[in-house]
Design a protein around this ligand. Structure first.
Ligand code: ARG
Ligand code: GLU
Length: 660
């Protein structure tokens, strides 16, 4: 039967071509891609990317703070990542007297570098497939324990690939003494704010600088003044030559979560039910918060981080829906499934897979939606207001906004929660109060005054019970990366079947916050009919957007002066005879959340930029990579160097980098 299957001419790929630059590849298997990489302009070898025998690029890439990527750029452990990845650390060191978020921070020497409790980085020691060992009966815990015993500060984990069809051991060295070295003012590091977020053309200097410290014998150690800069096995050299359209680029980092193989049922759920409902609910929350922010400068700051985080996913989902619908991904995937079904008809292993998967989806979609609605409504309400919040001088001014958020959350819950999943405490509360709004007011007043939190506590414990019930029904915690035993087993078999029969397609495991290589080329794209977006922006574009009256576009005077004097030093470049500095660029690398801060490298493995975002419709690439629109956005390393040098006055940092 297997032979028969393989000899069948399987033409799925005509419908779903292995897109040129699609893929997030496992570094230990990169030899399988190296011919393609070299054909696109890579000049080095697979061993240069990942090796366990000698220093390789992987030794210069770090998992930063458990959710971002960073890269080592000196032999003294100097690290680059995004401004938005260092944001928490920068904020925690900021006060009214030393407002590093607003004005930036630059250590003038190593002794001024600031320690950050709780911040760590991980460097991959090695990765290895352990599917066979596990199948042979070895215990995962024993494998992990043995790996952790290999060295100081080692951390190990076993991660699933292809829904658990393969399992890999990852061994990391974790460093817990990571110090803040420098950050530009937010007006550079977050230039454009939420207005420009997920948008091209982009002019954000989204970077910050840290340093890894180790014990005097170069081993991971808790913070100590005795610690010294870490001596890495490898650091990236920086190239100031830049990249032009068509040039090879590669990204080495820790993408968090993608779902490339989900069924049309799941795509439809995301694009037509989940995303649109969550967007609509957040529309209301954002409007309420924005109104409060506009009413008072203290409230603008108080709600800034909250607004930004609500808006980030809200905007991402809109781009994702737009991308999926324009590309007709639901329909495309249905057609793919039809072809698959025809090919495996009667096959004893795979013949029933699709109907089983679809039945499982039909069973879980409503409870899953109920769970999402709880998370987007009732669980956004504060359980109480802390003493610290109450002590803030503007606490009283927040009342109207908070009351509105309570009303909004309860009304949206009432509107979207599927029948059969409504909380008893909610139904009782509404009945007692007479209306949803009156019930929301009661809850708000009790919580706000702090006199009585029992009503909200009752609602929340009902909600927790409901979540447990739903989890039990689903056997899963996340639909988009299903961990349900049943769904996982079916998907594992499905992807196995696809890999067997769809021989034209290049398969790679979904992102799961393990180290990956993506590669592609610098490229613009057709934004709309007749409207081509070039892949480069420059400092002149910052000046064009500059507007002291608009918070997101109000740049530091130093940057205006720099531009007026064209005082760019060795970071200048000439574009069409114009003396300027490049700021951001686009490339076709397949990335997702977690790739923030990743090094973007040229064909020689030199650092040319730092990844920080994708264009709006690109966000569909978490489900379907469309090579015509999917682009990652990087900040050009020359702008980073210019800001460190001319705005930060921290030339001493450049001296320890290897700049070519
Ligand atoms: N969109 C980028 C990433 O997901 C950057 C987010 C930070 N920037 C912002 N303006 N909120 O997640
Ligand atoms: N900004 C994202 C992050 O924080 C990366 C952008 C993306 O999703 O591609 O990881």
């Amino acid at each position: 039967m297997k032979h028969l299957l393989l000899t069948l001419c399987f033409v799925l790929s005509a419908l779903l071509p292995a897109a040129a630059d699609e893929g997030m590849w496992l570094p230990s298997l990169i030899a399988e891609r190296i011919d393609d990489m070299r054909a696109k302009g890579f000049r080095l070898t697979a061993e240069d990317i990942y090796s366990i025998n000698r220093a390789s690029m992987k030794d210069a890439v770090v998992l930063f703070g458990g959710g971002c990527t960073g890269e080592i750029v000196s032999d003294r452990g100097l690290l680059l990542t995004n401004h938005h990845c260092g944001y928490d650390a920068i904020q925690r060191h900021s006060s009214v007297e030393h407002d590093y978020l607003t004005h930036g921070f630059w250590a003038r020497s190593r002794s001024e570098e600031l320690p950050n409790e709780g911040l760590n980085v991980r460097i991959l020691v090695r990765m290895e497939e352990v599917t066979g060992r596990l199948a042979a009966g070895e215990s995962a815990a024993a494998i992990i324990e043995a790996a952790e015993a290999e060295g100081t500060g080692y951390r190990a984990s076993i991660e699933q690939m292809y829904y658990g069809d393969q399992r890999y051991l990852f061994v990391y060295e974790q460093f817990d003494d990571v110090r803040l070295v420098g950050a530009p003012p937010s007006s550079i590091g977050k230039f454009g704010g939420d207005t420009d977020n997920w948008i091209w053309p982009r002019h954000t200097g989204d970077f910050s600088v840290f340093r890894i410290y180790a014990s005097p014998d170069n081993k991971p150690a808790a913070y100590s003044p005795e610690n010294v800069p870490y001596r890495p096995k490898r650091h990236f050299a920086v190239s100031t030559k830049g990249v032009k359209e068509g040039d090879f680029t590669m990204i080495y980092g820790f993408p968090g979560n993608t779902q490339e193989y989900i069924l049309s049922d799941a795509v439809r759920y995301v694009a037509r039910r989940s995303d649109p409902t969550k967007i609509a609910i957040r529309d209301g929350r954002l409007a309420i918060i924005a109104e409060a922010q506009a009413s008072d400068p203290a409230l603008r700051i108080c709600y800034a981080a909250r607004h930004a985080s609500i808006a980030n996913a809200w905007k991402k989902w809109q781009g994702e829906v737009l991308g999926l619908e324009r590309r007709r991904v639901c329909e495309e995937r249905e057609a793919y499934e039809e072809r698959f079904a025809a090919r495996v008809q009667g096959d004893p292993r795979y013949g029933d897979l699709l109907p089983q998967l679809k039945a499982e989806y039909a069973r879980i979609l409503t409870p899953y939606f109920a769970r999402e609605m709880l998370a987007e409504t009732l669980f956004t309400l504060p359980a109480r207001y802390s003493e610290a919040e109450r002590a803030e001088p503007f606490f009283a001014k927040r009342a109207a906004c908070e009351r509105a958020l309570f009303r909004h959350a309860l009304k949206q819950y009432d509107r979207h929660c599927p029948d059969g999943y409504r909380l008893p405490a909610f139904l009782d509360g509404v009945a007692a109060a007479g209306s949803v709004e009156a019930y929301a007011d009661r809850l708000f007043e009790a919580t706000w005054s702090g006199s009585d939190t029992t009503q909200l506590t009752a609602l929340r414990s009902d909600a927790s019970r409901m979540l447990q019930h739903i989890a039990w029904m689903l056997g899963t915690t996340s639909l988009r990366n299903p961990s349900s035993k049943r769904l996982n087993e079916l998907y594992a078999a499905y992807v196995r079947a696809l890999r067997e029969v769809d021989t034209e397609r290049a398969f790679y495991p979904d992102a799961n916050l393990t180290l990956r290589v993506a590669y592609g080329t610098v490229a613009g794209y057709e934004y709309a009919d007749g409207e081509y977006h070039t892949p480069h922006t420059t400092i002149d574009g910052i000046i064009a957007k500059d507007n002291p009256a608009i918070y997101d576009y109000d740049i530091p005077q130093a940057l205006r002066d720099l531009h007026a004097r064209k005082d760019y030093g060795r970071w200048a470049t000439s574009i069409d005879g114009r003396r300027t500095v490049p700021v951001c660029f686009l490339a076709t690398n397949h990335t997702t959340g977690g790739n923030s801060g990743s090094p973007i490298l040229n064909g020689r493995g030199e650092l040319v930029g730092i990844n920080f975002d994708r264009t709006w419709r690109s966000t569909m690439s978490d489900i379907r990579f469309d090579p015509t629109v999917c682009r990652n956005i990087a900040v050009d390393i020359r702008y980073v160097l210019l800001v460190i040098d001319r705005i930060g006055g921290a030339g001493w940092l450049l001296d320890e980098m290897t700049i070519r």
